[in-house]
Design a binder for this molecule. Structure first.
Ligand code: CLF
Ligand code: SF4
Length: 519
């Protein structure tokens, strides 16, 4: 019963030589559209021309493995895995796994059968939902029977959905074979250290082979198992993504070593995420006042590692029961009560047709960007700047300033517009009126940006943004983000060259911990 064929992944696990694939990836240097040359510009922003066809096939509609895809395709998680086999100092067990989900909301735990029903209900309602991930609320591989039973049910009933799993890696070597048999193409391992001395500051204990280990001994076992698991995945041609939580003063600079270690073992993508830490979470780090990184600190580390391998910058640290596009949360529409009453109409052809339309739109986004990029050809300037964009998805500037709960951040340079992150914010518009206190927090969250692109904005926030040195731009309402951003940047350079404006370097910004909890 284990020879399932999930469409899009059928057969791809067989006899893949990862060294060949890595070599092919390294030889692809066609990432000129997203800035600079060669590998450093690829990242999860790599497009169809940047990757070998078999890799592109695996990542093209996975919203986490492809930055481009995340504007168009959705994922969902089912919370079938409550137990965990380690303790992280950034986790409080009553919350979802902080490796793959933000703390603060307790999930409804599901049985595999309930999970399968939920997947069908979501797939029928959201045709662009292409990936099912199991990411907690504990560790999926510490709950192997529930995890694999769920995968088995989904592979049978919804064969076009990609299966994805996220783990702390302790139990991974015991399950790689089974993951391979189930055609699971995407595995995330959270690796925060390769030095057990560092690990002892992050993990107070692990539970392994029916025994509890603590301190450096525990961290040594964990790192050995994580790296062994990664090598085993690579040998089988399963794409692996490494999530690392950046903890200033504990593992921040050490993550450069982690990056090299995972790259040399064949990891496809590295996702360095900021620590989410506040006293109200009740975590060890929250209670000891361990801070998370600032926006500039996070970006600097991601930039430093990007020269080495593909970096993911669009992770939303989502919940273990998240549903929808990354950055939106539709889980409340699919509670157990609601899905049990829903009439499920899983129509594979309708899903295919919808996704073909999405692909056309996506190609239009890429073509528009390429065309606009031509206008920067030959431009020479060292100026780099960030802009914030209010978007509901589809790669367009299509959200009102007051309705945005996050802004996407793009870095503009003569190489083009490159997605470099996102910032969660509290909602400014509170049912018809703007909240002044909130505006201050929004400005602090995008304070490193020169401009904010919106579909619409009121006079009051406009003035406050201008005072803060952030240009409110609504002239690109409804248009493609990257095309608009490149056009804006070209005009900006022209104004600087004409002496109409002076380019100033902006300051740092806050990563909004409160917004992550409240949203
Ligand atoms: Fe889920 Fe993770 Fe699969 Fe994505 S999430 S199991 S790889 S389908 Fe994605 Fe969410 Fe970030 Fe995870 S945005 S927390 S990286
Ligand atoms: Fe919490 Fe996840 Fe760490 Fe387990 S692996 S302790 S669930 S953050």
């Amino acid at each position: 019963m284990q020879n399932h064929t999930a469409a899009g992944s059928a057969g791809v696990n067989a006899a893949v030589n990862i060294e060949d694939i890595m070599q092919q990836v390294a030889e692809h240097k066609g990432c000129g559209t997203s800035g600079g040359s060669g590998k450093a510009s690829c990242g999860s922003g790599a497009g169809e021309n940047d990757l070998p066809p078999e890799i592109w096939e695996k990542v093209k509609n996975h919203p986490c493995y492809s930055e481009e895809a995340h504007h168009h395709y959705a994922r969902m998680h089912v919370a079938v895995a409550p137990a965990c086999n380690i303790q992280c100092n950034y986790c409080n067990r009553k919350y979802d796994c902080a490796n793959e989900s933000r703390p603060g909301v307790v999930s409804e735990k599901l049985t595999p059968e309930q999970a399968a029903k939920k997947v069908l209900a979501v797939a029928s309602t959201i045709p662009q939902m292409t990936v099912l991930g199991i990411a907690g609320p504990g560790d999926p591989l510490a709950n192997p029977e529930k995890t694999f039973k769920t995968f088995e049910l989904i592979a049978k009933t919804a064969p076009d959905i990609k299966l994805c799993v996220s783990t702390n890696g302790l139990a991974l070597p015991d399950h790689v074979e089974r993951l391979s048999q189930y055609n699971i193409d995407h595995v995330t391992i959270t690796i925060n250290m390769i030095d057990p001395e560092v690990g002892a500051k992050i993990y107070p204990w692990i539970y392994y082979n029916k025994k509890r280990y603590t301190g450096v001994e525990a961290a040594k076992i964990l790192t050995d198992r994580q790296l062994q698991g990664l090598e085993m995945l690579t040998e089988r041609g399963i794409l692996s993504k490494i999530n690392s939580v950046m903890i200033p003063g504990i593992n921040d600079q050490h993550l450069v070593e982690v990056n090299k270690a995972v790259k040399s073992r064949g990891a496809f993508l590295h996702n360095i995420m900021p620590l989410i830490s506040a006293p109200e979470h009740g975590t060890v780090f929250g209670l000891t006042g361990q801070r998370g990184p600032t926006a500039q600190e996070l970006k600097a580390l991601q930039d430093q590692c990007e020269g080495e391998m593909n970096m993911m910058r669009h992770c939303r640290q989502c919940r273990a029961d998240a549903v929808g596009l990354l950055g939106e949360d539709r889980s409340a529409e699919f509670t157990t009560d609601k899905i049990m009453e829903m009439e499920v109409n899983y129509d594979l052809d309708a899903r295919k047709a919808y996704q073909e339309a999405v692909e056309k739109e996506r190609q239009a986004v890429v073509a528009a960007k390429q065309e606009e990029l031509q206008t920067l050809a030959g431009a020479h300037s060292d100026i780099k700047m960030l802009i914030a964009v209010a978007t509901k998805g589809g790669g367009k500037v299509n959200e009102h300033f007051g309705h945005a709960t996050e802004f996407q951040i793009y870095e503009l340079s003569t190489s083009g517009a490159k997605f470099v992150g996102h910032r969660r914010v509290d909602l400014y518009c509170q049912g018809g009126y703007g909240e002044e206190d909130t505006l201050g927090t929004v400005i602090r969250a995008i304070n490193d940006c020169h401009a904010v692109f919106v579909a619409k904005i009121g006079g009051c926030p406009k003035n406050d943004l201008k005072t803060a040195g952030i240009d409110p731009v609504d002239q690109y309402a409804g248009q493609f983000i990257e095309q608009s951003a490149i056009a804006y940047f070209r005009e900006y350079l022209e104004k600087v060259a004409a002496g109409e404006i002076e380019h100033v370097v902006k300051g740092d910004a806050e990563i909004r911990q409160g917004a992550l909890i409240a949203a």
